[in-house]
Design a binder for this molecule. Structure first.
Ligand SMILES: [Zn+2]
Length: 457
């Protein structure tokens, strides 16, 4: 009976997708809803592709899964991925639907699933991935994700024992997932500007997970990312199978020492540390799939960080940068804030981060705004901070607490109107920082700013 349901679901969901496409939309969510209505165990019924990779984690999963898909496609594989769709159950079911033909048979070489870490319990046991890539686990929306330990327990419980894990050795939470499963670790070795003591507002893992003693760090990069050991027991960070030994930002090179001790030079795709981790994750996955270092080198040089994450446009002497800075995932924002603050030149920072979709359905929790490290912008080369959108006054209070002078802070309830408040004189760069809910708005802000720059040229 369930096989018949499965075939009817495939037909109906594919038909719904055709209709949605005709109406000019993508159809990345609804076909999955239709399929599950007819066949609730659609995920278990659908045949598996020869290769199935799931990518989860707090930050970087979209970038990693998109880059992986690009790499596999360039290698001539037929791949489906939920790259433009949702990463919760309906989006993943739609992805599976795309991997089968009208007869319900697998038609691809590989499926890549970006999986929301909280929804992983409803996805991993059914799609049974060959590989699970976990980028990292950080503090995220308190209301949705509670504590990272809770997300850890969800993945640890529901990831099948047969799945091979690709994990970040430098991340003190997810690196301890599934201790009895097969693991491959990646990490970035000690860098000149690393610290040895936690310095961020958010540092969630500072105690030994075995005995509770305060951890010591051979090097600490940010938050709880680094190489740790316990002075009281034998706990220490995992050894990286793929270790970036040298990050050459000027020469745009990344040197990776592999399991056999060979050092391979790759092109550096982007110089922000979080993107170097993303690139290293992709290199590790591709090498584990059996692609030679020469092949991976060639492909890495051809791919980019997705434009919905980072883009630059220059008009006259001013560069406008649009960068993702996920609001309620404060660690993501802190990383973007630090990267932006340390970029050379005089800059204006526009912040359009909001709890936009959450606010519509429930009582909002604004604690995340106080986790954002506005302190990064309390420096002379940040000429102005412009707080945009319905939460602009909360952001303004946070900026004042960080010691940013009042005269440097502008705000506007309307994000696009806020563009008029930017003081462009003597400025080299304007950053528009947005979160997942405000990407569309940030594009309008950018358009208006580019027009203003053209007009004032
Ligand atoms: Zn210990």
């Amino acid at each position: 009976m369930s096989k018949l349901r499965y075939h009817i679901a495939v037909m109906a969901a594919k038909f719904s997708k055709v209709i949605i496409r005709l109406s000019g939309r993508n159809g990345t969510h609804t076909p999955g809803v239709v399929a599950r209505k007819i066949c609730p165990d659609f995920m278990a019924q659908a045949p598996k592709a020869p290769l199935c990779i799931c990518v989860t984690g707090t930050n970087g999963k979209t970038t990693v899964s998109n880059m992986l898909t690009d790499m596999l496609e360039k290698e001539g594989k037929k791949v489906v991925s939920n790259r433009t769709g949702s990463n919760i159950v309906p989006g993943c079911v739609t992805n599976l639907l795309n991997s089968v033909n009208w007869l319900g048979r697998c038609r691809v070489d590989a499926t890549v699933f970006e999986v929301d870490e909280r929804a992983s319990r409803l996805i991993l046991p059914y799609v049974k991935p060959d590989y699970l890539v976990v980028t990292n686990l950080f503090r995220d929306s308190l209301k949705r994700n509670a504590h990272p330990d809770y997300i850890f327990s969800v993945i640890d419980t529901y990831c099948p024992d047969t799945t091979k894990l690709i994990l970040n050795a430098d991340e003190q939470c997810s690196s301890n997932l599934k201790p009895n499963s097969e693991h491959v670790y990646f990490g970035i070795g000690k860098q000149d500007d690393d610290k040895t003591e936690p310095y961020n507002l958010i540092a969630d893992y500072t105690l030994c997970p075995k005995c509770g003693t305060k951890l010591k760090f051979n090097y600490l990069r940010y938050h709880h990312i680094g190489n740790a050991y316990c002075p009281n027991c034998d706990y220490k960070s995992a050894d990286a199978d793929y270790l970036a030994t040298k990050v050459d930002k000027e020469g745009k090179k990344l040197i990776v020492r592999e399991k056999d001790g060979n050092e391979i030079e790759y092109a550096l795709i982007h110089d922000a540390l979080f993107n170097i981790y993303n690139e290293l994750t992709v290199i590790t996955m591709m090498r584990e799939l059996g692609y030679s270092s020469d092949e991976v080198k060639k492909r890495i040089a051809e791919i980019h960080v997705p434009e919905s994450r980072y883009s630059e446009t220059k008009v006259g002497n001013v560069t406008v940068v649009q960068a993702l800075s996920k609001g309620q995932s404060a660690v993501s924002s802190c990383r973007t804030f630090e990267y932006v603050a340390e970029e050379p030149g005089k800059k204006v920072i526009m912040i359009a981060e909001d709890d936009f979709s959450d606010r519509q359905k429930s009582i909002e929790f604004i604690g995340w705004i106080y986790d954002l490290e506005y302190e990064q912008f309390a420096r002379d080369d940040v000429m102005q901070v412009v707080c945009c959108g319905p939460r602009c006054l909360d952001h303004r209070v946070r900026a004042l607490i960080a010691g940013i002078p009042e005269e440097k802070i502008a705000w506007d309830l309307d994000e696009v109107a806020a563009v008029d408040k930017v003081k462009l004189e003597g400025v080299d760069k304007v950053y528009i920082l947005y979160d997942c809910d405000t990407y569309g708005i940030s594009c309008k802000m950018k358009q208006k700013l580019l027009k203003r720059l053209e007009d004032e040229k």
